[in-house]
Design a protein around this ligand. Structure first.
Ligand code: CP
Ligand code: NVA
Length: 307
């Protein structure tokens, strides 16, 4: 693996599968381990978080290391200090940096100047740890990945980008449906589609949620308004009308489909209560798997497993 995990585009198909395999093993045997004994991890967060923050803190603890949470008030990345100075300074203290930032370009700059591994804990373009946990969850449910179809209905955002890449690299078909103006980033889509083609699967984009969901094994949704887009809330809620996941829409899916959402969710907007809290929903398995897969990422980057 590379020094950092910024985007899954930087990982080979085999590396993605190895991370998920390691996560499965860690889940089966959840004990305190000494792998990161004596190591400290800085968690630089510019945005709020429940799952990412808690699962990384607990994960580092369970691997024998120590984590430091540095919220927006503490580090004020690029404002109180340049990203360069933050990267160089932290690298003298800690053995790894987990970062949640607004701009992808800030993530790249942090990784470029840090002398220790940087893990992307969400930026405006990618959310790789989420996608790894999601694909782990899908494999747990179906016992396989190859040839399954995931339908994503909503915003072509950070969560979609990473999920599309991860599915492509593990041999899953992806169908995206969203309103005009909210398509995925074309450059990322192109690269994800190239990865999919290598595995003889496809990523398609359209406007029709029914067509996307038809026969799908996984139905996925995320919020319509991501962190940092709060000012666009009214406009987005209007634009995403018709892209709600509800009982009517999921009728078209495979009979064994599962519903997934990275959380936090807005019940009654992107998904109805009956679906997200229904028997097909796997939202808390996804949330749990963040812990296992991020422990796997830490082991691979910091201990050189499978490097
Ligand atoms: N899914 C996810 O990343 O959740 P948090 O924003 O709570 O970390
Ligand atoms: N797309 C969402 C994901 C939150 C985990 C956001 O960026 O806010």
């Amino acid at each position: 693996m590379k020094k950092d995990l910024i985007t899954l585009l930087d990982c080979s198909d085999a590396e993605v599968l190895r991370l998920i395999d390691t996560a499965d093993q860690l889940k089966k045997n959840r004990t305190l381990r000494p792998d990161l004994k004596g190591k400290s991890i800085a968690m630089v967060f510019q945005k709020p978080s429940n799952r990412t923050r808690v699962s990384f803190s607990v994960g580092v603890y369970e691997l024998g290391g120590h984590s430091l949470y540095l919220g927006p008030e503490e580090i004020s990345l690029g404002k109180r200090e340049s990203i360069y100075d933050v990267a160089k300074t932290l690298s003298r203290y800690v053995h790894g940096i987990v970062a949640r930032v607004f701009h992808h370009s800030d993530m790249l700059e942090l990784a470029k100047h840090a002398d220790v591994p940087v893990i992307n804990a969400l930026c405006d373009v990618h959310h790789p740890c989420q996608a790894l946990a999601d694909v782990q969850t899908i494999r747990e449910h179906f016992g396989r990945l190859q040839g399954l179809t995931l339908a994503y209905v909503g915003d072509g955002n950070n969560v979609f980008h990473s999920l599309a890449i991860c599915c492509a690299k593990t041999g899953m078909h992806v169908r995206f449906a969203g309103p005009q103006g909210y398509d995925p980033n074309p450059e990322i889509l192109k690269q994800a589609q190239a990865a999919a083609a290598k595995n003889k699967v496809s990523i398609t984009c359209g406007r029709d949620p029914q067509a996307a969901v038809k026969g799908a094994h996984v139905i996925y949704s995320d919020v319509w308004v991501s962190m940092g887009q709060e000012e666009e809330t009214a406009e987005r809620i209007k634009d995403f009308k018709g892209y709600q996941i509800n009982a009517g829409l999921v009728k078209g899916a495979d009979k064994n489909f599962i519903f997934m959402h990275c959380l936090p969710a807005h019940r009654g907007l992107e998904v109805t209560v009956d679906v997200i809290d229904g028997e097909r929903s796997r939202i808390f398995d996804q949330a749990e798997n963040r812990l296992h897969v991020q422990k796997a990422v830490l082991l691979h980057l910091l201990k050189g497993k499978a490097r």
